[in-house]
Design a protein around this ligand. Structure first.
Ligand SMILES: NC(=O)c1ccc[n+]([C@@H]2O[C@H](COP(=O)([O-])OP(=O)(O)OC[C@H]3O[C@@H](n4cnc5c(N)ncnc54)[C@H](O)[C@@H]3O)[C@@H](O)[C@H]2O)c1
Length: 334
């Protein structure tokens, strides 16, 4: 059996190499994030298992594979993978939604608090006023007490519901929007849901936790930003595509809203002309919400577990497409 890694974010994959060698598995790690299709196709052509981080898994690529039986996406989202192409090839897409729920919830909360307490922009106020020999807070205000404010949560799945549970004791009033939440889960959490417009119109702080879908793409746009209170903040740790960033930059410049905190970008890394880079009321982090030393190791352990499952003909724990079983090694396609 051969495992090919198309691209990875770890400093090295020595730990995986050691484990797979013990199991007698051939292992070929690559860094092909920006490589042309031909190079990715050549590297993956004889893989039984493909582990991918950001490389696009296109139909053109999948059609070059002779024996692949599982694709493992290193992460939660899988918008770089053509699910239909994998369906047609009979290959399940394994994704890993459960390695960093705590971390992303913690990051969203950190950004909510940093926004509401203006932690980043008040540092600039301190620097500037100290440099001028003044002690001047006027550029730091207004700040409102968080207790009693309305916190909008859009998307109440693994991460959104964890944000809710962690923040329950902080005195927020919650406005939760998730049209797909089951009644059972809603009752379990003890929440009522509202529509998206209500969240945009009434919330003081909004945190987004939906997947990127045609429905959620540019959910934050000129129209929804126009509904928001001028004192409101928006936090996005989900996917960059959820936000029309030009519209958000305009809203910040025109003080249509008070601020934004963003961990994710439509293009990653964002280019130097990214509209929020010069924006004083934007807090920007480099798509690191998922990261902690704990989560970084946990995902590596889970990927090895998934490789082991594939070796034993077991389907992945979480499958993103409609193929629910794994071919045995011998059943190569051509
Ligand atoms: N920044 C990071 O490092 C990082 C790490 C992990 C996950 N994420 C992102 O966080 C997001 C949430 O992940 P999750 O694991 O909680 O996903 P999840 O699938 O568990 O939950 C998503 C929820 O969104 C709801 N939803 C779908 N469409 C909706 C809509 N139009 N309006 C409102 N709700 C809608 C679903 O019903 C579901 O309950 C994803 O976009 C994921 O890619 C980011």
């Amino acid at each position: 059996m051969k495992v090919v890694v198309t691209d990875y974010i770890e400093p090295d994959l020595e730990w995986e190499a050691g484990k797979l060698a013990e199991w007698g598995v051939e292992f070929a790690p690559h860094q092909l994030k920006f490589a042309p299709h031909e190079d990715v196709a050549a590297a993956t052509s004889d893989a039984d298992v493909v582990v991918v981080n950001m490389v696009p898994i296109t139909r053109q690529l999948v059609e070059t594979w002779a024996r692949c039986r599982t694709v493992i996406r290193h992460g939660v989202g899988y918008d770089n993978v053509d699910l239909k192409a994998l369906d047609d090839a009979g290959i399940p897409l394994c994704y890993i939604p459960d390695y960093c729920v705590e971390e992303v919830a913690e990051q969203a909360i950190a950004l909510i608090f940093a926004s509401a307490r203006r932690v980043v922009s008040t540092r600039k106020v301190l620097d500037e006023s100290s440099a001028a020999g003044r002690w001047d807070f006027k550029d730091a205000i207004p700040i409102f007490r968080m207790a009693g404010q309305k916190l909008g949560i859009i998307g109440c799945g693994r991460i959104g519901s964890r944000v809710y549970e962690k923040l329950k004791s902080f005195g927020f009033k919650f406005l939760v929007c998730d049209p797909y939440l089951s009644d059972e889960r809603r009752l379990e959490l003890g929440i009522e849901t509202v529509d998206k417009e209500t969240v945009f119109r009434e919330a003081d702080l909004i945190t987004i936790h939906t997947p990127l879908t045609p429905e959620t793409r540019h959910m934050v746009n000129r129209g929804t930003l126009a509904l928001m209170k001028p004192t409101a903040y928006i936090v996005n740790t989900a996917r960059g595509g959820m936000v029309d960033v030009e519209a958000l930059a305009d809203a910040l410049q025109q003080r249509r809203i008070a601020g934004a905190a963003v961990d994710v970008y439509e293009t990653e890394p964002p280019t130097a002309d990214y509209p929020l880079f010069g924006e004083r009321n934007a807090i920007l982090t480099p798509h690191l919400a998922w990261y902690s030393e704990n989560a970084g190791m946990r995902i590596r352990e889970i990927i090895l577990l998934e490789i082991e499952r594939a070796m034993n003909g077991l389907p992945p724990r979480y499958i993103a497409n409609s193929v629910k079983s794994v071919r045995k090694t011998a059943e190569v396609r051509r």
